[in-house]
Design a protein around this ligand. Sequence first.
Ligand SMILES: NC(=O)c1ccc[n+]([C@@H]2O[C@H](COP(=O)([O-])OP(=O)(O)OC[C@H]3O[C@@H](n4cnc5c(N)ncnc54)[C@H](OP(=O)(O)O)[C@@H]3O)[C@@H](O)[C@H]2O)c1
Length: 428
Amino acid sequence: MSKTWKVGVAGLGTVGGGLLAYLDQRADFAPAGGRAVVSGVSARSRSRPRPVDIGKYPWFDDPVALARSDETEIFVELIGGSDGPAKAAVEAALKLGKPVVTANKALIAEHGAELAVLAERMNAPLLFEAAVMGGTPAVKMLREAMVGDEVIRVAGILNGTCNYILTEMEAAERDFADVLAEAQAKGYAEADPTMDIGGFDAAHKITILAALAFGCAPCYQHAEVEGLSNVELIDLKLAKELGYRIRLTASAERTEAGVSVRVHPALAPLGHPLSETFGATNALFIEGRRIGRIFIQGPGAGAGPTAAAVAADIADVMTGAARPVFQTAAAHLKPFAPVAPGQRREKAYLRLMVKDEPGVLAAVAETLAEVGVSIDSFLQRPSHDGVAVPIVLTTHTSPETAILEAVERLAALPHLLQPPRMLRIAHI
Ligand SMILES: NC(=O)c1ccc[n+]([C@@H]2O[C@H](COP(=O)([O-])OP(=O)(O)OC[C@H]3O[C@@H](n4cnc5c(N)ncnc54)[C@H](OP(=O)(O)O)[C@@H]3O)[C@@H](O)[C@H]2O)c1
């Protein structure tokens, strides 16, 4: 006889509301012949309007009580946040050996290792497809399809809000703050945009992908994060003249020197799939030693796509699909060894606002030569006000420490009107 799975849903916002609507609409959702029925719900407000009438479901003020309820067989956590009620409820479910499905990137990136140990000790699946790239299946790609290969690198665009802002800035020639304010007014960006704009949301996601790709513990504390707030419209324009488009890239790479997990704005060549990813769309390259490069692109958020990803995890529970949470048995998971900054090599874009006076170019070239950084290309624009002249150069691949040293020395030149702006050129 086909089984009915009782699903407790905690969090009824964008994703939780989307999941209730999904389960309502899809009477044909019957993986392995079984059915998923909502057996209880929890949120902060019982009276807030939801996409479906929640009066028909048992209500729980406390998500931990929902996780522990005898009527909950699969616990779905869609509250969010790395700690607090989300973590307490997930732990409560796992401690009872109940499968957990979550979309919570912060929770998995920051506490994934300890939760994986608990989940595997209790033989309870812990699944989080929706936590990275919303509806686009990046987690299953790494957890399932790529296990036969050795992944060398994953890199992409993992924050739709930042990509939307960059796309709008370029298309409408508008400043960052202006586009951000409009995105907030339209509900595309959070009232507090720090997680998105600061790069922390993308850092949570790339931390999870790194753990899946390399079979190590998620180490959010080792992620190097630089957000978008220093990217100016002038950089977008100048980068384009040089043949690039600026994107907030998230990457994780494994070399003999260790693992590097980073989020920062970077220049991607025009025509490259990352520079051709527009609006809120997400994109990801996965590079395997044998398979080579795979590229996926799709929606990274939204009620429908994200609920479908949550449903895919529920289907895994119902069909009995079982794998280690992060490729390696949780008891043997180790944090990765981060690459020392001195061992990294980069190409960089440097934008200098200099005084319109003789001797500037010679001083810049000399400063770069002193630290062993050579110039690849150079662009000078006429001064608009007779005072400041923007000059832009790109470097050949050099030790990152030398580039940072060059930025420091350039900042000290008397010709500069403001600190140099350095952006990395993506090696993709
Ligand atoms: N939005 C997306 O497209 C998307 C995509 C991928 C992943 N995610 C992840 O999915 C999770 C949910 O995101 P969301 O956008 O759906 O968030 P949201 O719209 O803010 O919804 C959060 C829900 O959690 C409930 N909640 C908050 N504190 C609670 C508590 N103490 N006890 C019970 N319920 C509580 C809220 O209740 P009230 O409604 O009563 O306030 C709300 O229903 C997050 O981890 C997020 O990172 C979201």
